[in-house]
Design a protein around this ligand. Structure first.
Ligand code: SF4
Length: 278
C-alpha cells in the first residue's frame, strides 16, 4: 500500500475549495481566456460578467452545458475562503477602490501558491514514509501556515519563493524515495505523452511528474505508485481506472481529466459531479 491505513482526511480541509464561503475571488482576481474554457478573455481584477452580486455564478449549474471547462476544473486550494475571512463586509468588486482590490487579489494569489504547496506536503503525511520524513513535512506545514498568518497588507506583498523552493526540494526527495521502490519508475526525457495510448499498460511506479498527459489514454492502466506531481491531465482518459494508489494528484487534475463512475480516486479527492454516474 502507498498510503497509511486509517488516514485522517481532515488535514486536507483547509486546502479544499469551498465556494460557499468565498466572495467569488477566482472569478475576479485571475486573468483567463476563452480558449482555456472560460467565458471570454478577461484581465485580472475584472469581475466575470456571470458573477452575481451575491458572489454566485449565474451559470454554476450549467457550466458543462456552456462548455466552460476552465471554470469546472479550477481549484483555489482553499485560498478563496481564507482571504474572504480577512475581508470586512462584502466588497462590491465593481465599486471597490483599485488599491483595496489589488491588495485582496494579490493576497489571494499568494495564499493559493502557499496552499498548493501545503496540499502536497499534507499528502506526505499519509504516505508510507519513514517517520523522520513525516516530521520534516509537519515542520514545513507549520512554517507555511505561519507564513500566511499575517495582515492583508503584508500578505499582498509576501515573497513565497523561499518557502516554496524549500518545500519543492523536500517533495523531490520524497519522489526519489518512491522511485527507488519501483523498477518501472524511469522517465522518458521529453515528458510528452500528449494523445498517447497507454490503455491497460502496466505503469506501476511510473514517474509522470511535470509531464504532459493531455488527451492521453490511461484507461484501465495499472497505475499503482505512479507519480503525477505537476502533470497536465487535461482530457486524459481515466475512465474505469484505479488511481487510488497514485502519488501527488490534485483535484484540479481530476477535474480536468475524463473519468466515470468506475474511476477510483485516492480518498482525499472527489469525483466531479459532471462525470457519468449511471
Ligand atoms: S462563468 Fe461563473 S465560474 Fe466561470 S468565471 Fe464566470 S462567474 Fe466564475
Amino acid at each position: 500500500m502507498i498510503y497509511e491505513k486509517g488516514i485522517d482526511l481532515s488535514i486536507f480541509e483547509p486546502y479544499k475549495i469551498n465556494c460557499e464561503s468565498c466572495t467569488g475571488l477566482c472569478c475576479v482576481a485571475l486573468f483567463f481566456s476563452k480558449s482555456d474554457g472560460f467565458p471570454k478573455d478577461k484581465k485580472a481584477g475584472i469581475a466575470c460578467k456571470n458573477l452575481q452580486p451575491d458572489y454566485k455564478c449565474k451559470l454554476y449549474s450549467q457550466l458543462s452545458k456552456h462548455g466552460l471547462k476552465g471554470c469546472m476544473a479550477y481549484d483555489c486550494f482553499g485560498a478563496g475562503q481564507y482571504i474572504t475571512r480577512y475581508i470586512k463586509g462584502f466588497p462590491n468588486w465593481r465599486t471597490i477602490s483599485q488599491k483595496e482590490a489589488e491588495q485582496i487579489f494579490n493576497s489571494f494569489l499568494v495564499v493559493m501558491r502557499v496552499h498548493q504547496t501545503l496540499w502536497y506536503l499534507s499528502q506526505c503525511l499519509i504516505l508510507q514514509l519513514p517517520q523522520p520524513e513525516k516530521e520534516k513535512a509537519k515542520l514545513l506545514i507549520d512554517e507555511g501556515n505561519m507564513l500566511i498568518d499575517i495582515s492583508l497588507e503584508r500578505l499582498a506583498v509576501l515573497d513565497t519563493q523561499p518557502f516554496c523552493e524549500k518545500s519543492n526540494n523536500y517533495l523531490k526527495h520524497i519522489c526519489t524515495i518512491f522511485k527507488s521502490y519501483f523498477s518501472n519508475s524511469s522517465k522518458v526525457s521529453c515528458n510528452n505523452y500528449i494523445g498517447k495510448n497507454m490503455k491497460q499498460k502496466n505503469l506501476t511506479g511510473k514517474d509522470f511528474s511535470m509531464s504532459l498527459l493531455i488527451a492521453a489514454n490511461l484507461e484501465q492502466a495499472n497505475l499503482y505508485g505512479a507519480n503525477f506531481l505537476g502533470s497536465d491531465t487535461r482530457d486524459t482518459n481515466i475512465c474505469n481506472t484505479d488511481l487510488s494508489q497514485c502519488l501527488f494528484l490534485t483535484q484540479i487534475q481530476i477535474n480536468s481529466a475524463n473519468g466515470n463512475n468506475k474511476t477510483v480516486l485516492p480518498p482525499y479527492l472527489q469525483k466531479p459531479k459532471t462525470w457519468d454516474v449511471t
